[in-house]
Design a protein around this ligand. Structure first.
Ligand code: A2P
Length: 363
């Protein structure tokens, strides 16, 4: 007979607040709450800045009015999904938690706090149980996507080192990043000769705001803000968050984060080194069995279909995609691979909603 303790508990319907409901990630969270049929209690609370107060956002067959964020707005809320930037999280997440809500925070504000679990739903879901501050942190979008592929390999072979270069979409910087890319693409795209023969002039001819240089028709070796040791904060997130999620404080990580003119979809070229020699076949087996991960890997040679994931084809997909899985040419302990995922979905809103589902599943 099954003991009552091992029977899955009925999910608890949640009263949910979305903080940053009008933003790029907030919009996806609202859509996913419906699409995934998250068990909800009553209407959600949509919060944003004063600018958006009174605006009506679609919800099921009707609309819900956006409120300016306030202490009272969190009353009666079970789970508050935050994606309104680190400053807002620092100020309001403790308020929401003190009013009894479990906060799932998409910003970097609490990720490295020892008392805040940093959780990828397929990688370390058990970590959500230990949340003394009532806050659970959602990892950085690039780290999240990479971890979905790195974890099954780590479990199989023992990860010791990662050299990771990201190709990050403009949408990782929010709506303003997407707008900046599209506007520049229209402007610069109208003069192909300038792009071809006078690129510096084209670059100087736009006024970047979200990014430090022209993002359209360009590749920027600069994601986030420069900080210690000449690395950016985005690069440090890859180092520190990977160590925390995999519980490998000594993991060696060499990051380079690059911004590319893609609307949505982050890619990472990674060289992973393990404690034991690793064969491609064994790696493919581990990757094929991993939750939330789809393998697209083929050379087009010897009757094998040509297959590898692209950021464009990942946009709008829940799964993380992996391809180009190769044994390293020089080191039998290392593999090279290409990991791709929608930075607004698995990289942000989807994982946040999955963490809310895990809270609901606590019953
Ligand atoms: P608003 O639309 O009212 O500015 P994105 O990352 O796509 O730019 O979205 C940022 C989100 O954070 C938006 O929903 C935005 O609301 C919200 N936000 C920005 N500033 C504040 C603030 N001071 N208080 C509450 N929400 C804010």
């Amino acid at each position: 007979m099954t003991s009552p303790d091992t029977e899955p508990r009925a999910p608890r319907p949640l009263r949910v607040a979305v903080v940053g409901a009008t933003g790029a990630v907030g919009q996806e969270m609202r859509r996913l709450l419906v699409a995934r049929d998250v068990p909800l209690e009553g209407e959600p609370v949509f919060l944003a800045s004063e600018r958006s107060a009174g605006k009506r956002l679609p919800w099921l067959d009707g609309e819900v009015e956006v409120q300016a964020i306030s202490e009272e707005a969190f009353d009666g809320v079970d789970v508050a999904l935050f994606s309104a930037g680190g400053t807002r999280s620092k100020q309001w997440a403790p308020v929401a938690a003190s009013r009894g809500a479990v906060v799932v925070d998409n910003s970097s504000a609490f990720r490295m706090d020892d008392q805040v679990p940093l959780v990828v739903s397929e990688v370390n879901p058990e970590a959500i149980a230990n949340r003394p501050k009532g806050i659970i942190a959602n990892p950085n979008c690039t780290t999240m996507v990479l971890m979905v592929a790195a974890k099954p390999l780590h479990d199989a072979f023992g990860l010791t080192e990662m050299v990771a270069t990201s190709y990050q979409a403009a949408g990782g910087a929010g709506m303003s990043g997407i707008t900046e890319l599209l506007e520049q693409a229209t402007k610069l795209g109208a003069d192909g000769d300038q792009l071809r023969f006078a690129g510096a002039q084209a670059e100087a001819g736009v006024e970047p705001a979200t990014f430090s240089k022209a993002i359209a028709f360009n590749v920027l070796a600069h994601c986030g803000s420069f900080t210690d040791e000449r690395y950016t904060d985005e690069e440090w997130k890859l180092v520190n968050e990977s160590r925390k999620i995999l519980k490998q404080p000594a993991l060696r990580v060499s990051p380079t984060c690059v911004r590319v003119p893609v609307v949505v979809g982050h890619a990472i070229a990674a060289r992973l080194t393990f404690a034991a020699p690793v064969a491609r076949d064994a790696a493919m087996e581990a990757l094929a069995a991993a939750p939330g991960l789809v393998v697209e890997d083929g050379t087009g040679l010897d009757g094998e279909p040509l297959a590898y994931p692209t950021p464009l084809a990942s946009a709008g997909r829940d799964d993380v995609l992996v391809g180009r899985v190769r044994e390293d040419l020089a080191d039998p302990y290392s593999l090279n691979l290409w990991v791709v995922g929608d930075n607004l979905l698995k990289g942000a809103a989807l994982n946040t909603v999955q963490l809310a589902e895990l809270v609901a599943a606590e019953g």
